[in-house]
Design a protein around this ligand. Structure first.
Ligand code: BES
Ligand code: MN
Ligand code: MN
Length: 462
């Protein structure tokens, strides 16, 4: 594959422009106002896969947004790589914090990306990273060096919990059969130090509603004598952590995998600067569970965070009122051996039990999923590491991530194969935030590295 570098170099402007076109479609799965755009994005992905050389491409209907499925089978006796990605994106708000409109991609340089980065919602998560695979396939088919079979499965509901994909996978085990699943929807340490994600956290996401009086009340006439749902809710939330920032829900840590001191020492070898970490997000100090480092807190330890909280009067000026209701959205990131449905139940039971009689509580579970940990002693990991070593000049470091891709655990259960998480984004790429971007270097490096994975995986499978 000597010519991959020159192929990328020759076609890079087109590769960038094609991605920019894809990024212009606002495929926000969470907001039904954009449903036509989500569907149009599925069509665009279908066309791209056809052009890149898939022989069969279908838009597979589901109860929700469709799955784009494509394949190129060259020989039943060769291994099959199943590529997964998502074409939906997060909502863009708060829109006023974007320096350029989220669906009008622009290229600008940054400190971390001196060669430029594409700024748009979905640039890194996950359109840019998914599209690297489409262009890598194009390279392999156009140059007749696709070494094995390939299947693509690109979904449109990752950002809202992948329930239609779960439905699809359960019904299509045969069609999706594979030897390894390849995903680029995570990050790496830096542009000079690649890493392979070996773990993802699970997730339990709930919404709580606290109801006090049956209507909003005058805070002078009733204040002090009637429970204020916002006061109560904030107090209840505060009690969910103790003074060591340990979560207080009974049973929450039952079975939580404790890493050995050796494993923790291995983890601590990865390059990391606490100073840079604090500077990048402008904080004077970090925060978290006593007894664990920052990198442990955000990967191997479970968490509980309020994602949103509202109620009462938030308009201009002041209004003296005791609201009837208060709400919060709460996420819990989970680690191996925590079962997400069980955690949702434990949360619900505990939250109900700590509520004073003066209010009513409703807990509504949203989505969730299991965490994932993959070993490094399999040929998928080894092939990925060899590919990175060749294109970056240094071996990749295994690293567990704090993020979640809940469908990965289901892939292993239903399709019985390992997932290799070859991410090319950086933590500073602002995924889910205003001014999300993806480095041009990262995009092109991904396209260059992926075909080598195919090559080494096929060789090592023999
Ligand atoms: N691509 C991310 C997950 C991710 C990003 C993992 C970076 C590791 C490193 C994915 O699109 C995502 O945002 N997942 C959600 C969960 C989902 C159920 C909404 C998350 O992690 O919050
Ligand atoms: Mn993603
Ligand atoms: Mn995401």
């Amino acid at each position: 594959m000597k010519n991959i570098k020159s192929y990328v170099n020759q076609h890079k402007d087109r590769f960038i422009n094609e991605l920019i076109d894809l990024l212009k479609i606002p495929s926000i799965s969470a907001d039904s106002a954009y449903s036509q755009d989500v569907l149009n994005t599925a069509d665009a992905v279908k066309n791209a896969l056809e052009k890149a050389g898939c022989t069969t491409v279908e838009i597979c209907e589901t109860p929700g947004y469709p799955i784009v499925y494509g394949e190129k089978i060259i020989d039943e006796n060769l291994p099959t790589v199943l590529v997964y990605g998502h074409y939906d994106v997060q909502p863009a708000d708060p829109i006023e914090l974007w320096d350029s409109p989220p669906f009008e991609p622009v290229i600008k340089t940054t400190k971390k990306h001196p060669d430029g980065a594409i700024f748009a919602r979905g640039a890194c998560d996950d359109k840019g990273q998914m599209y690297m695979h489409v262009k890598a396939l194009e390279y392999m088919t156009k140059n007749s060096n696709l070494p094995c079979n390939v299947k693509f499965m690109v979904e449109g509901e990752e950002e809202i919990g992948s329930s239609s994909l779960a439905w699809f996978v359960e019904r299509n085990q045969e069609k999706l059969s594979n030897d390894v699943i390849l995903i680029s929807d995570t990050g790496m340490i830096s542009n000079s130090q690649p890493s392979i994600t070996t773990g993802l956290r699970g997730l339990s996401y709930v919404e709580v509603e606290v109801t006090g009086p049956n209507r909003d009340l005058h805070s002078g006439l009733y204040g002090g004598a009637v429970a204020n749902p916002i006061n109560v809710l904030t107090k209840m939330i505060a009690s969910l952590h103790d003074s060591n920032n340990h979560i207080t829900i009974p049973g929450f840590y039952d079975g939580v995998e404790e890493l050995s001191l050796n494993e923790r020492a291995e983890m601590a070898k990865a390059p990391f600067s606490l100073d840079d970490y604090k500077k990048a997000i402008d904080i004077d100090d970090v925060y978290g569970e006593t007894g664990y480092t920052t990198n442990e807190r955000n990967s191997i330890r479970p968490t509980l965070d309020v994602n949103g909280i509202w109620g009462g009067y938030t308009g201009e000026g002041a209004k003296t009122v005791i609201a009837s209701k208060a709400y919060a959205k709460i996420s819990m990131r989970l680690v191996p051996n925590q079962e997400w449905k069980n955690i949702t139940e434990l949360f619900t039971k505990h939250f109900e039990s700590i509520a004073p009689k003066s209010v009513k509580i409703k807990v509504t579970p949203h989505h969730g999923g299991q965490g994932y940990v993959t070993p490094t002693d399999n040929i998928g990991y080894k092939a990925a590491n060899k590919a990175y070593t060749e294109t970056f000049g240094v071996p990749a470091i295994p690293q567990r991530s704090g993020g979640s891709i809940p469908i990965v655990a289901l892939f292993e259960k239903e399709l019985k194969s390992k997932t290799i998480l070859m991410g090319f984004g950086l933590d500073s790429d602002a995924i889910h935030s205003p001014n999300e971007h993806f480095g041009v270097f990262n995009y092109l490096k991904g396209i260059e590295t992926i075909p080598l994975f195919y090559k080494y995986f096929t060789e090592m499978s023999k």
